[in-house]
Design a protein around this ligand. Structure first.
Ligand code: ZN
Ligand code: ZN
Length: 149
């Protein structure tokens, strides 16, 4: 595991929804998939993923949208900020917070790119992180390791 802080706090733009995590994230990654891009309105999403047991919503209630079977995307019903991606993964519920909703995103640099095969062709990041065409471990697409730019 890496050197991420073992606590994190965050929330939406208006402050109505606040959350706290009490562990290191399982991983931090860029996601280039179409669903994340639509959900965020951004050319790429970056999320810090935690297990549900380590997450507490400390203020407000997030709204949820079932974006595909078993997957919810949550947001603030007041200001519309996308907050998280939530899904079952190998028997656990995982909650991926969009990293820009963290109070200290500087402390959570991404480790990899996933769904790089779905990225907008004019967008890439100037880093040497591994780029996976699909989602590592799912067998959906061959994993493509190695920096592209
Ligand atoms: Zn809000
Ligand atoms: Zn995605």
């Amino acid at each position: 595991m890496s050197e991420y802080p073992n606590t994190a706090t965050g929330g939406c733009l208006c402050g109505a929804v606040r959350y706290q995590a009490t562990a290191e994230p399982d991983f931090v990654a860029y996601c280039h998939c179409n669903s994340c891009r639509k959900a965020t309105g951004a050319p790429v999403a970056v999320y810090a993923t935690y297990f549900e047991k380590d997450v507490h919503f400390t203020q407000g209630r997030r709204k949820t949208y079932a974006s595909s079977p078993g997957v919810s995307r949550t947001f603030c019903g007041d200001c519309g900020t996308p907050i998280s991606y939530e899904a079952e993964w190998n028997g656990d519920i995982v909650i991926g917070f969009f990293v820009s909703t963290l109070d200290n995103p500087e402390n959570f640099p991404p480790q990899k790119h996933v769904a790089h095969g779905d990225r907008i062709s004019w967008f890439d990041a100037a880093d040497k992180l591994p780029r996976f065409l699909g989602f590592p471990g799912t067998g959906q697409k061959p994993d493509s390791v190695g920096p592209e730019p």
